[in-house]
Each structure stands twice: as C-alpha cells, then as structure tokens.
Design a protein around this ligand. Sequence first.
Ligand code: FAD
Length: 414
Amino acid sequence: MTESYVIIGDGIAGSSAAETLREESPDADITVVTDEGEALYNRILIKEFAKGKLPEAPISIHEENWYEERDIDLELNTYVTDVDVDAHEVHTHEGETLAYDKLLVATGGTPAQLPVENSDAEGVHHFWTFQDARGIQEHASEADTGVVIGAGLLGIDLAAICGAQDVDAKYLMRGDSWWRYALSQEGAEIIHEGLRNKGVEPVFQSGAAEFVTDDDGRVEATIDSNGERYESDFVGAAIGLNFNVEFMQGTGLETDDGVVVDEYMQTNLEDVYAAGDITQFYDTILGEQAQNGSWGSAKEQGQTAAKNMAADDEVESFRWVSSYSITHFEFPFLSFGHPTIGDDSVERKYSDTEWRRVVFKDGKVIGGVLIGDLAPQSTLKQLIREERDVSGQKELLLEPEIDVDMLDAPAQEQ
Ligand SMILES: Cc1cc2nc3c(=O)[nH]c(=O)nc-3n(C[C@H](O)[C@H](O)[C@H](O)COP(=O)(O)OP(=O)(O)OC[C@H]3O[C@@H](n4cnc5c(N)ncnc54)[C@H](O)[C@@H]3O)c2cc1C
C-alpha cells in the first residue's frame, strides 16, 4: 500500500523533510501545506532584503516546479485549521480534508504582539515572513525616526535595518544590555558600540508602554516605560514567538512552550512527528528537553523526522550543536549550543571588538558566544559533541588559541 505523508509548514524544517521523504520513499504520496503564498525561501536573508541590500530573487530557495519535479503536492495559501488524529485527517480553511498515514508538524512560530496600546497600529512591524520584510523595507526606506523593541536576535536585525535605511532609531531594552541571557554587560557593550556606529542608540531600563498614533491611525511616537516620548514613524517589535499549535488543540498532543518530541522527533501521538523551531526536543547531549531557534537545527530536525517516518522505526536520532551568526557589524558574532542556560561560565575581552564567553553545565561545555574571532568555534563545538568534562580546566578555553591537547582526554565509553 502507498504510504501518504502530510507536512504542515514549508519552512526549512518542512521542506527538507519533504525532500528526505521523497528520497526514502520514492512511491509515497507527499503533501506540503503552507499558509504562506510562496514556496520555501531563505528566512535568514530576508533581513538583507529589508535593509535594501539584496534583491528578491536570491532569497527564494525553491520555485514551485521544484515540488512538481519531485511529485510533491505543494498547497500554498492554505491554513490548517484542525487535525483529527483518530481519523488521521488534516482539515484546511477551505474545507479540504487531507488523509495521512504519518503527519509532520513543522509550523514554527509567529511573533508575539506587544501587550500595549496601539501595538497593532500601522507602522508597527513584526518580523517573520518575506511578506513582513517587504513591508519593513518599504516603510523603513521612507521613515525618518524609529524605535526597536526586543533585545534579542530578531530585535537586533530590526535595529540593523534601521541603521542601513538611515532611520534615526532608538533601541529600547528592558535591562541594562542587549541579550542579557547570553552576554555579560562587557560583551554586550561591543554590540552597543556597533549599534551606535550604525546610528542606532541603545536605551536601557526602558521598553514600550504605549504607541501614539496620528489621525489616520499611523504610529508617530513611542512612550516608554519611564514616560519618555520617542518620535517613531517606524517601529519594529521582536519580543518572542508564539508557537503555531492551535490547530492541534483537543488532540492530546503534549506541548510545553512548543511541541514535545523525543530525539526521533516523535510526539506523544502515534504517527505524529514535529520538527524545527516548534519543537521542545530531547537533546541527547544535554540529557534534557531543549529548544533551538535556528535554521541549521530546523533543517536537521526535518531530515531526522523524515527518516524515522519513512522507516516506520527509530532509525536516526537528532544530535546537533546549533549556531547562529550575526553579520551586521564590522566584527563577526556567533552564538553556539545553548548559551542562555548552564550553571557556570568563563569569559574574556581581548580587544574593543573581541570577546568570548563559554558556558558550562556539570563541568561540560554546552554553549557560548564569540565576538570578533570565530576561530575557536569548531573546537568548542567538538567539546560539546564529545561531552568532554573540562572541570578544572575551564580557563584554558579562553586562551586565544585553544590547545585541545592540554585538556583531559575524553572519557572512554564503558
Ligand atoms: C528575520 C529572521 C532572521 C533570522 N536569522 C537567522 C540566522 O541568522 N541564523 C539562524 O540560524 N536562524 C535565523 N532565523 C531563524 C530561522 O529562520 C528559523 O529558526 C527557521 O526558519 C525555522 O524553520 P521552521 O521550518 O521550523 O519554521 P518556519 O520557517 O517558521 O516555517 C513554518 C511555516 O509553517 C507555516 N504555518 C504555520 N502555521 C500553519 C498552519 N496552521 N497551516 C499552514 N501553515 C502554517 C508558517 O507560515 C511558516 O511558513 C531568523 C529568523 C527570522 C525571522
């Protein structure tokens, strides 16, 4: 009997799952459903488009005929409203029913809206899709003043877009530094200086309390939590993601700030898998549930899920050290592994644009941040993968060149 697979989401997780499923199951029926109006594109690059630095064409990854050539049925502009897991059926907003033997949920997240007055006003932007990027590009290129909210990896993209589009912008942060869960103040200060050099001014101990609109409902100013008014005909907000699982309500799917899966990307429901940003996956390196919001991780999870779906067995587990780079500044930036958790860390500043932080859990490296010099990344990632115990030797990981031979050898498997 021909197997049928339905994949919800045509981001990098869903799309790579479809590609792998086709390779593993040449005769299977494969359907990919997405509520977006275009096939897979490079979400990482849409910020360069919004800056006005890249045309549309190179951002697209798959044309629609990519799916046709592989006999994959792609349904664009189609929103999945609910799933009947007993009947093995997916229902769409157009009343269509898609039957499946195995289902992959790869629906990622949607930016959360600020819970303040007028946060839905015209001119207040959230950033996730290519369509969002088009709106941001158009508006930022015309705006004179701007405010950015959200001191994390997406907020800094919006700040860099303001810088590139010559918008006179304030970057409001709740604490006293950018991405304070991963960087100390000393490391973050390098980023702050990079922002200032782009014409974006960080404002600390702040945040949006309200947006002021003109008579046409367009944003014109932001009032911050201290009552300060910042003129802003452009606003970019990136305060986090809400995971897209509402269509699974009532199915008994286990969720916990994302869809809970094991290392094989299988959910608690029979024949239902999940992959990409949406998962709360079992991390075989950490030995606990974890989350990764990165392109490489989502791609790998899609492929892993597909192999296990096609084999009808647990043939491959997900084991991955993710990384996320920022290329807005004159200096490179890379975070890797899990830089926001852990029980200990070491860090050092080497110059005005060079800084390193390594994060540990139970004496093992689990993540970190590199600014300026990315050369140590492969060694540090290798130590993570090997789960090498480096207790007592943590400072050696701050040497300009890490000498692995100076570290204790990895423990032998029993
Ligand atoms: C501006 C920006 C910059 C980024 N920069 C980087 C970077 O530099 N490095 C990095 O590693 N990562 C970066 N990321 C993160 C990275 O893009 C994501 O981790 C990755 O795209 C996640 O892929 P995914 O397939 O899991 O989810 P998504 O790409 O979010 O895809 C999910 C898809 O499912 C669709 N969908 C949701 N609900 C439904 C439904 N009910 N019915 C039908 N379709 C539905 C969505 O519309 C979407 O198309 C960036 C993200 C953004 C937005």
